[in-house]
Design a protein around this ligand. Sequence first.
Ligand code: C2E
Ligand code: CA
Ligand code: CA
Ligand code: CA
Length: 277
Amino acid sequence: AKRGGRGRILRFDPVMEEELHGRLSLVSRLAEAQSNGQFSLVYQPQLALSDGTTFGSEALLRWQLPEGGWVPPDRFIPVAEDAGHILSLGEWVLRQACLAQVRWRDGAVGRLRMAVNVSVRQLRDENFVRGAERILTACNADPRDIELEITESHAMENDQVLAMVRVLRGMGFSIAIDDFGTGYSSLSRLQQLPASVLKIDRSFVTDLGTLPESRSIAATIVKVGHELGMTVLAEGVETAEQEEILRSLGCDAVQGYLYAKPMPAERFERWILERSP
Ligand code: C2E
Ligand code: CA
Ligand code: CA
Ligand code: CA
């Protein structure tokens, strides 16, 4: 038996056989998906807990199949990473997100920070910085308005990744540590990262009202984040009770279905405009 990607135990049986074929066909379809315009981005608002204003959004990738239906990112991103597609796909995502940020900035929506998920494969790519610079210039985007989200485990992975994060920070990008609390990073390692945002993983937020452990983990993350001068953002907030607990813990910002699901650009724009006074 072999340990699967999400902690499941996979055995070499017919089910695995099917998984393998599913993976292969995903690989072959990923390449055409990009040129055939099957990818799009949706945007989820990020709000300040103090006054409820929306200060940013996270761009999330969607893959719609021509025969109908969606492939969830949790399923195709790992495949794209293994197959190397994530490099061109990630560039496409960064470009689309920058284009939207600039369109909003220069239009009725106004200046919002745009958070973009970045895979560790991109961070290990020596061409990433040049590609990012090209995109910023082409879109006329200010890197201070673009936040690169890097998952905790990857951000801490090795010195090469750490060095890359420092270069990106030096270019002016904002850095967020995603899914915080799920990895095993030491505090000294966390201190070395030039990140300005710490995102509490959804798993802790989900159990905030029911599990005392989740509440103390969240409380600790808020304390550690503030100690290191970071803004702490909780993801996956679904209930008013969770919001209330996060507020009592001193958490700075929130994102989740309680406020809005990820939306296509036009709907996001309408959502913002309907809420502004
Ligand atoms: P993530 O970065 O942790 O993104 C948060 C996920 O939680 C998103 O799932 C979002 O739709 C979902 N979510 C937000 N609020 C709530 C809530 O209140 N309740 C629940 N149940 N879920 C909520 P999504 O869009 O399916 O993305 C899954 C993962 O795929 C992301 O997790 C991220 O790791 C990856 N991903 C998505 N887009 C990209 C991308 O452009 N590039 C890379 N490298 N990874 C991406
Ligand atoms: Ca994220
Ligand atoms: Ca996350
Ligand atoms: Ca996640």
